[in-house]
Write a protein that binds this ligand. Structure first.
Ligand code: FAD
Ligand code: NAG
Ligand code: NAG
Ligand code: NAG
Ligand code: NAG
Ligand code: NAG
Ligand code: NAG
Ligand code: NAG
Ligand code: NAG
Ligand code: NAG
Ligand code: NAG
Ligand code: NAG
Ligand code: NAG
Length: 663
């Protein structure tokens, strides 16, 4: 191939995929296409952004510096002055024309397709992004011979040893914490002759440092019909930040946090904290401690606060007292599917504001920051205890002890407390129970002791000896840090499903017995229980889209099935289907019409629309069609996801390793 003019380039950006080595970078300032060298420099291509005014439509929260760097119509118009660039690839979305494009092209464009952008287009895209485009190298690639440029035994050992450490995955542009849903295509291994493929990992990720990059990505993916995903930490239980052949917007490095002593809007006046999309729980908790305030985030240390966690509702050790994370939000900065950057509050873009607070991550746009209520400091008391079957404690007595705990779950959330507790088999007819911890915000040690005395008295009467560890802390941060250790992730031999058990199940002994019976039966069948005694306190802000089942619950219970780490796909499928269709059916039977938490739910949840969204689904679906008519944003079990499927999937083991196509 011989290239002689720039106009040829312009015409062929999409049409003729470039075959390497026809394009190569000679320096940061030129591209050579065959024998022709073209200038590419800061004044011609990068950065494709204008610094715009700091003012927002909500004057109470100033934009963060990365939010002031935006893509504007003027910048896009200027791109068409550069012969190299097909400016329409980066143009903001109209709506109707995009719908036509969508329906005529069917599936999202996939690597290898004629319509997949050429190497040159990716190269130019990278320049427009200010060199922040990262071609995916799977995290464990250093373990494999088929990645000779990165293969490295020492690095492989480090990654293998740290694989269950959430920090490792959060810091990688594309890794996800539950690789089962990526497709297990590049796990750490001691056998370098195995294959490592991209599988469900995206093809490219953008290491985002400003809003213009997000806008370019949204416009490019929409105009070129690419799959688009957002990765924040990669914590999502169902691998929602993965997607084969996708372009990924990686928000992890957006870390700004500011304190607003006097935020004021029509429905709230008081302290607030604004945090950028990449902020993780430990970061905002540290900042809040330093500001002398308290904010609502999750229990996990490294889970993002302003991404999928908040968007899914977000339960917190403070939720029984103060409400869900989404209930705290006062304003959101967001890039919408048409590429525009807007502020969503109860006054401006109010439908978007409603949908973003509970309707799910990766659905309605890319949030760049959220502003949340901040509360004064208060004391927190925690309690940890455990017991198990033993020579002195028969399984009958053990279950009576757990059953006694269930008698108090409503009292405990009414008192504003939260608890994480687990139970599972430890052998034949042998079980353990761990309360790790009960978390009592704004209660003193004495108050917590009074609250739990009735249960502890009954345990003693049953002959179950426990040694509760009760500690009072001055503030949220110290208590949270002490009792919630760094989360362990990365394993591929567990699958979870969950249920938001309604408070009405506590209305009579009969219904509570049925509740407990269903849970006990599934533990005896081999399931592991990971449960939260939590209520979503009433939302005193504007109405949001949190699953209404949250307002009815006092118990968010997760049931896990675990298989052998070396199990084959048929064993995994069988265990997974047993969980979804048999074990969980007992829970559904005992809680008719209740829901489940989308962010800690079953990727195969039957009738997920009802379970994860409840009566909000119809409104969310209609809004999704309106704001994202081309279906740019897709996540498994997301709003409108029933209109899409991923090719090549096994029933019972859905992954993101396949092409995304309309149903
Ligand atoms: C160890 C552990 C502890 C957890 N603890 C809690 C807890 O205490 N309470 C709780 O409620 N949940 C908890 N979760 C579940 C958690 O809410 C979900 O995993 C959530 O999806 C994580 O969001 P993320 O942004 O950190 O992760 P990601 O996996 O990166 O993203 C999840 C989803 O959100 C979308 N998203 C991310 N950022 C943005 C953005 N800026 N704009 C729009 N969409 C975005 C992504 O597209 C994706 O669909 C926990 C999970 C784990 C693994
Ligand atoms: C520019 O990109 C658009 C897609 O947005 C495409 O329809 C058009 O054909 C491209 N033009 C050229 C000259 O490649
Ligand atoms: C930058 O590139 C443009 C277009 O390719 C060229 O006209 C200009 O001379 C270059 N500027 C510099 C400083 O190299
Ligand atoms: C935005 O404005 C505020 C004051 O209104 C100022 O403190 C802040 O530094 C400005 N930020 C940028 C990025 O200009
Ligand atoms: C667009 O190009 C014109 C002419 O080169 C320049 O004056 C203007 O500043 C550019 N606009 C933006 C937003 O870059
Ligand atoms: C997890 O990784 C981080 C970053 O490397 C490290 O600081 C931390 O100690 C690790 N934690 C564990 C439990 O290994
Ligand atoms: C790796 O992939 C190649 C090509 O698809 C295949 O022939 C080979 O059997 C694979 N090797 C292993 C160990 O799976
Ligand atoms: C991402 O960008 C940040 C700066 O914003 C930089 O510190 C970091 O090293 C980059 N990470 C990767 C993986 O490129
Ligand atoms: C069982 O009870 C005896 C007598 O009360 C006590 O000495 C022993 O420690 C108990 N064992 C366990 C496992 O609790
Ligand atoms: C904590 O309790 C005190 C009374 O003991 C009450 O005044 C205060 O409002 C409570 N704080 C929160 C955040 O609920
Ligand atoms: C509930 O279960 C307990 C313990 O199994 C039993 O003693 C009680 O009679 C049951 N109550 C009802 C109303 O079924
Ligand atoms: C999968 O493993 C199970 C249990 O080891 C075995 O019975 C079955 O034949 C295997 N299936 C396949 C397809 O290899
Ligand atoms: C399904 O669960 C039942 C108990 O409810 C158990 O006996 C059976 O072995 C399980 N099957 C699989 C494939 O896990």
């Amino acid at each position: 191939m011989h290239v002689s003019s720039r106009s040829w380039l312009a015409a062929s950006l999409l049409a003729l995929p470039c075959i390497l080595p026809c394009v190569r970078a000679q320096s940061a300032a030129t591209i050579t296409v065959d024998s022709t060298t073209v200038d590419v420099n800061a004044s011609s291509l990068a950065p494709a952004a204008a610094v715009v005014s700091n003012a927002t439509s909500d004057s109470a929260a100033a934009l963060f510096a990365p939010e002031t760097i935006q893509l504007t119509e003027d910048v896009v118009a200027n791109l068409s002055n550069i012969n190299l660039v097909n400016a329409s690839l980066f143009a903001f979305g109209a709506d109707e024309t995009s719908v036509e494009k969508r329906s005529s092209t069917g599936c999202k464009v996939f690597p290898g397709d004629a319509a997949w952008p050429s190497t040159l287009v990716w190269w130019i895209f990278d320049l427009l992004l200010g060199n922040s485009l990262i071609k995916t190298i799977p995290l464990a690639a250093p373990c494999y011979n088929d990645w000779p440029t990165v293969e490295n035994a020492a690095e492989c050992t480090y990654i293998s040893n740290d694989w269950e450490n959430s920090t490792l995955h959060a810091a990688d542009p594309t890794s996800v914490m539950w690789p089962l849903y990526e497709g297990r295509t590049c796990m750490p291994t001691t056998d370098p002759t195995q294959n490592c493929t991209l599988g469900g990992y995206p093809s490219y990720a953008i290491n985002v440092s400003n809003v213009a990059q997000i806008q370019l990505a949204v416009n490019f993916a929409r105009n070129a019909n690419l799959r688009l995903v957002i990765k924040n930490t990669g914590h999502d239980f169902n691998g929602k930040s993965a997607g084969a052949g996708a372009l990924s917007i990686w928000t992890h490095n957006l870390k700004d946090i500011t304190y607003i002593p006097e935020y004021s809007s029509s429905s709230y006046s008081g302290k607030a904290v604004k945090m950028a999309a990449g902020v993780q729980a430990y970061e905002v908790y540290e900042a809040a401690r330093d500001y002398g305030v308290t904010v609502v985030g999750g229990e996990g240390r490294t889970v993002g606060v302003a991404g999928g966690f908040m968007a899914g509702g977000g339960h917190s050790p403070l939720s029984s007292l103060l409400g869900m994370a989404a209930d705290q939000v006062l304003a959101i900065e967001v890039v919408t599917p048409d590429g525009r950057f807007v502020t969503a509050t109860e006054e401006s873009n109010s439908d978007l504001f409603w949908a973003l607070r509970g309707g799910g991550g990766g659905m309605f746009g890319v949030m760049t920051s959220i502003t949340v209520k901040a509360f004064p400091t208060f004391p927190v008391t925690t309690m940890q205890l455990s017991f198990a079957t033993s020579s002195n404690v028969s399984s009958t007595v053990f279950w009576a002890g757990v059953r006694a705990y269930f008698d108090y779950l409503l009292d405990y959330t009414n008192a504003g407390t939260y608890a994480y507790f687990t139970s599972g088999a430890t052998g034949a007819n042998a079980y353990s129970f761990g309360l790790a911890p009960m978390f009592a915000p704004n209660l003193t040690k004495t108050e917590l002791q009074t609250l739990v005395t009735p249960w502890l008295t009954r345990l003693a009467a049953l002959g179950i000896t426990v040694t509760p560890v009760i500690t009072q802390y001055d503030n949220f941060y110290d208590a949270w840090w002490a009792v919630f250790p760094l989360e362990s992730v990365g394993v591929t031999f567990i699958k979870t499903a969950s249920r938001l058990w309604p408070k009405t199940n506590w209305a009579s002994e009969t219904s509570l017995n049925a509740t407990f019976g269903a849970i006990q039966t599934t533990i005896e069948a081999g399931g592991s229980l990971l449960a939260f005694n939590v209520a979503a306190a009433e939302n005193d802000g504007s109405e949001n889209s949190i699953n209404p089942a949250w307002r009815e619950t006092t118990l968010h219970a997760i049931l896990a099935t675990v298989w052998s780490p070396i199990a084959n796909d048929s064993v995994i499928v069988a265990a997974s289907e047993n969980l979804t269709n048999n074990w969980m059916q007992l829970w559904r039977n005992a809680s008719p019409g209740a829901g489940a938490y989308m962010s800690e739910g079953d990727i195969s949840e039957p009738n997920f629309q009802q379970a994860f969204y409840g009566t909000n689904y119809a409104r969310l679906y209609a809004f999704k069609q309106k704001i994202d008519p081309t279906g740019l944003f897709y996540t498994p079990t997301g709003v409108g996801s029933e209109n899409w499927y991923i090719t090549g999937q096994l029933t019972g083991l859905p992954t993101q390793n396949g092409r995304l196509c309309p149903v």
